[in-house]
Design a protein around this ligand. Structure first.
Ligand code: NAP
Length: 339
């Protein structure tokens, strides 16, 4: 059994990692840490773990972490991973980092959007972007994976088959995205109070959300030309789930059958991708799972093409994808613990 440590175990992504890994046949959770002042049994922090798990969650101690576990998930806020990851990587410990700290190859872009100086450029260049469907062979050889953001996961899985084939006009991509509240983490702030969110829906960070440059980076890399998407996220009164509707202009008109076939061919072997023709996916079908559902919906006016993608932000958008990456890195069956 692989001994696994979760650093940031008391957050939403950490909690989801615990839930998934408890059902994983090849791992045992041997170390849990968070920012807490005093050690506390994790089953007192998350009551649903009572009788299922005895591990005590402690303030982070790197020496203890390295002694107790042999594979790490960092479910930490950005900036904090920058301090923790190098201390594990220097001893060759395999790490999947769920924060944004190692997702950008250009540290200037990270610094501009996250307002932090990147203090670990060496490991930044070593990190592999952890979108298994597009980076699998590199993930397999890597000891350090930067798990994608939740919105980028849904958007990239939806757009990349077209981008890879160079079929869309790079300056034409408009993304209308919706998320539930757990996307913002477990910290309290007025914006996330029940009374602010309930019976409400609102756009936020309109065309200035930090996930837009992450989407641009990967589209530009795989499409071999510069992409700059328009990305507008919205907050819905839901616990979890991400639904993105993407509008693109095709370079040449095409039929829905041709485009649907492209998606089927691109993803037919993927364990967690389901593609639908003329059917818009819904959150109900993916929440609680590691699936990404993609609807190839319309191809009519002026070459306009519409795609809809749905994921659970905490599973395919975070912890499920992180476990998928661990499975690939460790040579386990990719869907182990996730189906
Ligand atoms: N939520 C999502 O849907 C989602 C999706 C994709 C990626 N992510 C990324 O995943 C990471 C975790 O997200 P989250 O939503 O789980 O956040 P969260 O609910 O705010 O949890 C953050 C965790 O980090 C711990 N922590 C904070 N500062 C620490 C420090 N200095 N030392 C040790 N532990 C520290 C917290 O411990 P305490 O509880 O003790 O403060 C908590 O366990 C973030 O980088 C986020 O951007 C989240």
């Amino acid at each position: 059994m692989l001994k696994v440590g979760i650093i940031g175990a008391t957050g939403y992504a950490g909690e989801e990692l615990i839930k998934i890994l408890l059902g994983h046949p090849r791992v045992t959770i041997s170390y849990l840490a968070a920012e807490i002042e005093k050690p506390q049994p994790i089953n007192r922090i998350f009551g649903h773990l009572s009788g299922r798990m005895e591990v005590v969650c402690k303030p982070l101690d790197i020496a203890e972490a390295k002694a107790k576990a042999e594979f790490f998930f960092l479910a930490l806020p950005h900036r904090v991973s920058l301090e923790v990851a190098p201390q594990l990587l220097q001893d060759d410990m395999p790490v999947v980092d769920l924060s944004a700290d190692y997702r950008f190859k250009d540290r200037g872009v990270y610094e501009e959007w996250y307002g932090v100086t990147h203090t670990d450029p060496g490991n930044l260049q070593k990190a592999v972007y952890g979108l298994p469907e597009w980076y699998r062979s590199r993930i397999r050889k890597s000891k350090f994976v930067a798990n994608p953001g939740c919105y980028p996961t849904a958007c990239l899985l939806g757009l990349l088959p077209l981008v890879k084939k160079g079929l869309i006009k790079p300056d034409s991509v408009i993304i209308d995205a919706k998320s539930g509240l757990t996307g913002a983490g477990r910290k309290a702030s007025v914006d996330f109070f029940f009374s602010e969110i309930n019976e409400n829906a609102k756009a936020y960070k309109v065309d200035c959300h930090q996930h837009a440059p992450e989407i641009d980076q990967i589209l530009s890399y795989i499409g071999k030309t510069s992409y700059q998407v328009v990305f507008v996220p919205h907050l819905l009164p839901l616990n979890r789930g991400i639904l993105v509707t993407m509008y693109v202009q095709l370079k040449k008109a095409s039929s829905i059958d041709v485009l649907y076939k492209l998606y089927r061919d691109s993803y037919c072997w993927e364990p967690f991708l389901r593609v639908f023709k003329d059917h818009a996916p819904q959150l109900k079908d993916v929440v609680g799972t590691n699936f990404c559902d993609i609807g190839v919906v319309k191809s009519k006016k002026h070459g306009l093409f519409i795609l809809v993608a749905a994921i659970d932000n905490l599973i395919k958008g975070a912890s499920g994808q992180a476990v998928q990456n661990m499975n690939i890195m460790c040579g386990f069956k990719e869907s182990e613990g996730l189906l």
